[in-house]
Design a binder for this molecule. Structure first.
Ligand code: SF4
Length: 407
């Protein structure tokens, strides 16, 4: 049975005012989380840190934020009280609110995080998922609230775009997950949690949550710089994967500016079907997408592109599709990730039969592609691939359905 921890307990969730806003929502201080080192240095200079101390102070703060994982200036023991007070008056390092935390039978965890409004907007909610496996712990991070794209197999695609996440909101997902998992020096791992038996609890980060990361390029690039910084969160670029539905003009730039691994949400081997499954294909068809992949910086057998392929019964799972897939990727150092379709309420597709998935996998494996079948994880808490949608949006949909029934 899955466990759902509703963190709406007043001890863990801030009280809200008549407009439904918590003190975190109305806090107008700038967050230091997610700033690059240069930006952090500028923020320090702005509160009066002398130019010759800026570098040293930046390193100090970086260590407290990303190695020790503190979320209160008061805990920065080697920073003078005077500077801590100045920082606290101008900036915040508070975590966003955790609305819920659900734990699947298989140990997958899904959090709903709530971020303050930007400008006149409302607070927003996004989902982040942790998938523990033997030897690794992968965090699936969101880049947008909702999505402008409408991939027909994806639940997030049914939620309109509300806004881009800031770099700080992207980095905060990693900080909060590590805090909840006890992956910082001063916090314990929850009793009974399923986590890798050795090594880091969050060893891998995939930008595969809600949203299209390349439509929020600058914030994603800044956040990945912070997440991969070797003196902080220190997730190796080899263990960070950015997944795109195929925003062709930004693919090469993403490789040049972030240096992380690339995944393509492919799912079809001809333009006619991909136009339907991944509609951005109408703008950037397969030939242009594959050309951009061939030009991805640093591409080699040691740095392959992952092609994600969701298995949809009777749609894209024939042996002819398998043969065309192998033919199409010829010459590109690639891995193929086969994803059994994860159903969600209202979806029009079914998952392929298991023996067909295995036949498909055998064929692509024999053709030389390492093509693991991604075991469905966290389906019982709607945390699996393609199932994410913010809880508030799910509730709004339920309300709309109820009203329709009453009318
Ligand atoms: S698969 Fe990605 S790009 Fe497509 S609708 Fe879902 S979140 Fe958006």
């Amino acid at each position: 049975m899955s466990v759902s921890l509703d963190l709406a307990d007043p001890k863990t969730r801030p009280a809200v005012d008549a407009a439904g806003l918590s003190p975190v929502d109305v806090d107008e201080r700038t967050s230091l989380i997610g700033m690059s080192r240069e930006e952090l240095g500028e923020a320090l200079a702005a509160v009066g840190v002398p130019a010759k101390q800026v570098r040293m102070r930046t390193a100090q703060l970086w260590h407290w934020l990303y190695v020790r994982g503190v979320s209160d200036f008061a805990h920065m023991a080697n920073v003078s009280k005077d500077l801590r007070n100045k920082l606290d008056a101008a900036y915040t390092i508070a975590r966003p609110e955790i609305v819920t935390e659900q734990v699947s039978v298989d140990g997958t965890r899904k959090w709903v995080f709530r971020f303050p409004p930007r400008g006149a907007g409302r607070p927003v909610e996004i989902e982040t998922v942790y998938i523990p496996e033997e030897g690794r712990g992968t965090l699936c991070v969101s880049s947008q609230v909702g999505c402008t794209l409408t991939c027909t197999f994806c639940h997030t695609g049914t939620q309109r775009l509300v806004r881009n996440l800031t770099a700080g909101e992207i980095v905060s997902q990693v900080l909060l997950a590590r805090e909840r998992l006890g992956d910082f020096p001063d916090v314990d791992t929850p009793a009974g949690a399923i986590v890798p038996s050795e090594g880091r609890l969050v060893s891998n980060v995939v930008m595969m949550g809600m949203g299209e990361p390349l439509y929020n390029f600058d914030n994603v690039a800044t956040a990945l710089g912070v997440i991969s910084d070797g003196e902080g969160l220190s997730v190796s670029k080899r263990r960070i994967t950015l997944s795109t539905s195929g925003v062709v003009p930004e693919i090469v730039r993403a490789g040049e500016e972030t240096g992380v691994m690339l995944a393509i949400s492919l799912h079809a081997v001809n333009d006619e079907l991909r136009d339907e499954l991944v509609p951005i294909n109408k703008k950037y068809p397969l030939a242009t997408l594959l050309e951009a992949c061939r030009n991805y910086p640093g591409l080699s057998n040691a740095k392959r592109i992952t092609f994600e392929y969701v298995m949809l019964k009777g749609v894209n799972d024939s042996m002819e599709d398998a043969r065309n897939l192998v033919r199409m990727l010829k010459g590109i150092p690639a891995k193929i990730n086969l994803i059994p379709f994860n159903p969600w309420p209202g979806s029009r597709y079914e998952c392929s039969d298991w023996d067909q998935i295995e036949r498909f996998a055998d064929y692509v494996n024999q053709a030389g592609y390492a093509s693991p079948i991604r075991t469905p994880r966290g389906r019982d808490i709607f945390a699996a691939c393609g199932q994410l949608k913010s809880e508030s949006e799910r509730m709004r949909k339920k309300d709309r359905d109820r009203i329709e029934l009453l009318n």
